[in-house]
Ligand binder design. Structure first.
Ligand SMILES: [Zn+2]
Length: 425
């Protein structure tokens, strides 16, 4: 046995590789698909039972006050706590248990937990059940190596990240379970590649535009006002005016991929007139609805992004006789950015150098994740995302996580956790 505690931890993780893989595959076999939020409770119990057997105090926190929480699909979160030195830092490792629906194009069973050629396959293995396994075994390895825990480790499995995290991390923050007064550092093992540290994300502004026209017989469209034609004008203005303006703006945040360093807008959905699968009658559409997904930069503000969209719609539709419209905000998430000198960044940086022998890259995510709740609701600035798996593989058919990435990330998380508790590497 090595005299160096860090080496002992690294050795324990190498020895536990098969166990970590098995644990990840077991998690994949629980189909925690969101929507609708299936099997959250069995998944929380699986995680909680495992942590309890390892001496963690386990709490189940149910988001009873949230509308997503139902009898059929209860929103059950789990937190395990292992206390070491009471004066040391509290490091919270958070992973979401929900996964997006499998979708088409799979060549393997999305919930089979297949392990082949050094990879674990399955929906949610990369995003982010491998990350949860890495957190669990990082804590486990510290214990197996006989290293005194100089602080407190918390491991949580939370729900609904893929749909905003309101019954998950946001609930834990709103109810004070994750709070500035009791939680020093948060690491979220999202799949961002093992040599990268994610320090935040762009802002999100989802809105719904509804245009109203006047119904008429479809054989005499000149007698009506088409809400679809009106929406088309807005879409043309978005393509012709707004997009070029957004593309000319660049953030200083290290967002990846590089094209996401610009502000963007996407039309997520559109519907108008009669439902396509209904019985068609000849009518001019008196209604059309579109959902816009605007991602704004930390250098912009939500208010400016909203004003800009409103002005464009007003310019486009304001002079069109017979057209009315309304714009409704659906979701607003401000950008977040971990402070440059945050200990959570330097701890992950040092651990990556030690484990991988390379300098990490700091990145920011093109999309939002639970970091926002930790920063905005709990007020904890020292949060970053670091975990196994490749970002581009998330949400794809034949999603996988490489076993060597999983083992490496487990080591990095273990060493970074100890570093944050004051144990110099
Ligand atoms: Zn995720």
């Amino acid at each position: 046995m090595s005299a160096d505690p860090i080496q002992r931890i690294v050795d324990e993780i190498d020895r536990a590789a098969d166990e970590i893989v098995r644990f990840t595959a077991d998690l994949v076999r629980i189909p925690t698909v969101n929507p609708p939020g299936a099997d959250y409770e069995p998944c929380a119990r699986f995680l909680g039972d495992h942590l309890a057997r390892r001496g963690f105090e386990v709490e189940y926190i149910v988001a009873t006050g949230r509308p997503e929480h139902t009898r059929v699909h209860p929103r059950v979160n789990v937190i395990g706590t292992r206390r070491g030195d009471a004066n040391g830092a509290v490091v919270h490792l958070n992973g979401h248990v929900d996964v997006v629906p499998a979708g088409d194009g799979w060549t393997v069973d999305p919930f089979g937990g297949l392990v082949r050629d050094g990879r674990i396959f399955g929906r949610g293995v990369c995003d982010m059940k491998a990350g949860i396994a890495a957190a669990v075994f990082a804590a486990e390895a510290i214990q197996r190596a006989g290293v005194r825990l100089p602080g407190t480790i918390e491991i949580s499995g939370t729900v609904d990240e893929e749909s905003g995290g309101f019954a998950g991390v946001a609930w834990l923050c709103e109810t004070g379970r994750i709070a500035k007064a009791r939680t020093d550092y948060v690491i979220i093992p999202e799949p961002l590649n093992v040599d990268r540290i994610c320090v935040g994300h762009r802002g999100v502004y989802w809105s719904e535009l509804t245009t109203h026209g006047r119904v008429a017989h479809g054989s005499m469209p000149f007698l009506g006002v088409s809400a679809i034609d009106a929406m088309t004008e807005v879409l043309a203005a978005i393509r012709g005016e707004l997009r070029p303006a957004l593309e000319s703006r660049v953030t200083a945040m290290p967002v990846v991929p590089a094209r996401a360093r610009h502000a963007t807008i996407n039309v997520n959905a559109i519907d108008g007139g009669q439902p396509l699968d209904g019985i068609q009658t000849p009518c001019v559409a008196d209604r059309c609805r579109a959902i816009f997904d605007r991602r704004f930069l930390i250098e912009e503000s939500f208010a400016a992004a909203k004003d800009e969209l409103e002005a464009l719609i007003r310019r486009t539709l304001g002079a069109t006789a017979g057209v009315e419209y309304e714009l409704r905000d659906l979701m607003v998430v401000d950008p977040v950015l971990t402070p440059e000198d945050s200990p959570v960044v330097s701890a992950l940086d040092g651990a990556i150098r030690r484990v991988l022998g390379t300098a990490p890259t700091l990145i920011a995510s093109p999309g939002t994740y639970d970091h926002k709740h930790v920063t905005r609701i709990a007020g904890i600035p020292h949060c970053a995302a670091y975990g196994p798996g490749e970002l581009e593989i998330a949400h794809q058919p034949d999603e996988y996580c490489r076993v060597d990435d999983l083992v490496a990330a487990t080591k990095v998380i273990a060493l970074a956790t100890l570093d944050l508790m004051g144990c110099r590497l």
